[in-house]
Design a protein around this ligand. Sequence first.
Ligand code: NTF
Length: 827
Amino acid sequence: MTENRANNSAPVTAPHHSVEGFVKEFLRELHYGQGVTMERASVNDQYLALARTVREYLMARWLETVRRQRDAQAKSVAYLSAEYLLGRQLDNALLATDMAEIVEEGLASLGIELATLRDQEVEPGLGNGGLGRLAACFVDSLATMSVPCIGYGIRYEYGIFRQTFVDGFQVEKADSWLTLGAPWEFPHPESAVTVHFGGSTERYTDDDGVERSRWVPAWDVLGVPYNYMVPGYQNGRVNTLRLWSAQATEAFDLAIFNSGEYVDAVRSQTFAENISKVLYPEDSTPQGKELRLQQQYFFVACSIRDFIENVLPDDFDLHRLPERIIFQLNDTHPVIAVPELMRILVDEKKWDWDEAWAVTQKCFAYTCHTLLPEALEVWPVALLGKLLPRHLEIIYRINDDFLAEVAQRYPGDELRLRRMSIIAEHPERSVRMAYLATIAGSKVNGVAALHSQLLRDKVLPDFSEYWPDKFTNVTNGVTPRRFVRLANPALSELITDAIGPGWITDLARLREMEPLADDQEFREKFRAVKAHNKQRLSVLLQRRDGITLPADAMLDVMVKRLHEYKRQTLKVLHIVSLYEQIISGELDPTSIPPRVFAFGAKAAPGYKMAKQTIALINHVGRTVNEDPRVKGALTVVFPPNYNVTLAETLIPAADLSEQISLAGKEASGTGNMKFALNGALTIGTDDGANVEIRELVGDENFFLFGLLEPEVEELVTAGYQPSKFYEENPTLRRAIDRIASGTFAGGDRTVFEPIVSNLLYEDRFLVLADFQSYLDAQARVDAAYQDTEAWTRSAILNVARSGYFSSDRAMWDYIDRIWHSQPLVAR
Ligand code: NTF
């Protein structure tokens, strides 16, 4: 039967790579796919037909990739991530297939503008920020490098909320990204996987007379896989991203239905589907909600099952699993996969515990993405035991075995055992997921050099002492395809003209541009690119938000999630201080280069201080923008709903990149890399990957300020008193007083009072301590910007020296240091 099928299957080929070939396919999709004629087709019809046409050009490569991966029996990377912040798909697919020109011409011949259809796409916002975008960059790189990889995640029906402003305050709207059709996904309901929850465990004696535990779950849901193409850059390879959607299982519904509980039967369906309904909008601050744990277990249970049953051959000996897979845990969100694999091996396959543990330990590696203690996930034992009772037992056993080992190495060291236990006793008995991941993982990595160091020394010191070789660093990276080649076509053309197109897949080659920093003509062209990108941004903001950007101003950009540790408040204090100095006559507005301060930031809906800060930025912006005394000198813009799509136009236009987190708090940052690669200079602290950016681009091309991480430690230990900085620094005092006075809230002093008192009496992230240093650095920025040639030179050097921050390099580092997998195509 199988043989017959194989014999009969005709090779799948791509449509003809020509304008005529494309137009024919496009019209076919419009007619037979959408069921409309050209005359009646809406823009959405046209977009959907276009997307389906473009994906046809990828299909043969996709099928071939899957076939080769099976035949080669190569080791695959399974990237387990609760978030993928993909951004729009159309342009990326056009680039991968090298179809952009053909499509543009073909559509034009039908009287359609490609740009219009591009704008029709709603980006899948299945992530919060850096962590989700990193996952998207990584799968792009692996496909481009021809490394076998499956990305596993959740197909949230609603991604990150759409942000709107009402009177300057953030109001969240549901992100219904699927409503106009989802042309990039391939659902496979026939391959659905059942996932169990709840119930209890029982002891029993198996056929061989061995006493065993098993799980008697109480309810279940179906995981339906949706496949997405992850095309490599013009290399004939298309990897798979498999996102799981939750559905009610028939059996479950029917049982309740039969018992006459009609309402409950429907309720259970809704309940099941809730699991993949919505992305939790917390970035770096997990909430510990039961539904979140359901999501986590749901997607990893589906993924492991899928890999074992559908990716591996039928007769595969699971003892050899580590030869075929490495599950990379993207932070702690997927860590419940560890007890799940143990459960499969021990309970289902009836292996010995030690045998199962030996294999499991080789199959996982863990990436930590934070340093904030509140961001390290813990699950109350009560909750975990209720939802996954067998997994809790397994975690206990892992912990017991581990602590016994530790006790052997450190006899009598009770305190150490308590510190290293997976189970925390206070304030509530709970499971420390980062510890579980560290114990189970073959490797643990941080995401920038400084972060990995602090992870070893501060977050997991006992573990790094215990297993010094387990810990490693892989500095993050970003994909040059999306964030340079697509986002910045003008710069890309300039680079390619100078050094050829090889940089797109070998970003270190940007170095070859270095001498051109001294070439006057090149600098002029580089400035023309920047000016062009600013113009492009200006058009977009006008159309998108009715925002008018002044021409010829320095564009100073701070875009990232709103979080106190990132210190958007410091940026606001800078603006308020300049405003204050100008209106008091102290500062001549014509003595500084005109600046546009651009913000983009979403706040978690429940994060009060962050939402206040958004309102403050908007209110300061309104006051400043309306005041004739500063007109032309200072402009504040804050387009709502910052997302990948906006980033792609905003970042290439920037002159100055704000990376001003308190030292020791930002694990890496990846926006910082995107800005440097697009020729913005950074003003930043010695934090995260800023450290490496500065080392590479050179001190003289980076504006460093602020306390260093050890100085932060020292100040905090000595007893930090923010009010002292307020009292001793008149510039700071006036800026804070200005906010306290109600100037930005129509005279109402209460509106921003929480921010003011937080700064004066708490200031967890040392905004006031770094204020003067920041202002001094900003003065250096102003001075440097006046020397146009020198500034351009620095900007070019930033581009030329940032090739290291390609996610391709990051992937090679993972391969070398963690995965040891060989790509199907040689390096
Ligand atoms: C984020 N972590 C960090 O805050 C960023 O510094 C880093 O660039 C990205 O991860 C990617 O590594 C998180 O969002 C989380 F959830 F881990 F806190």
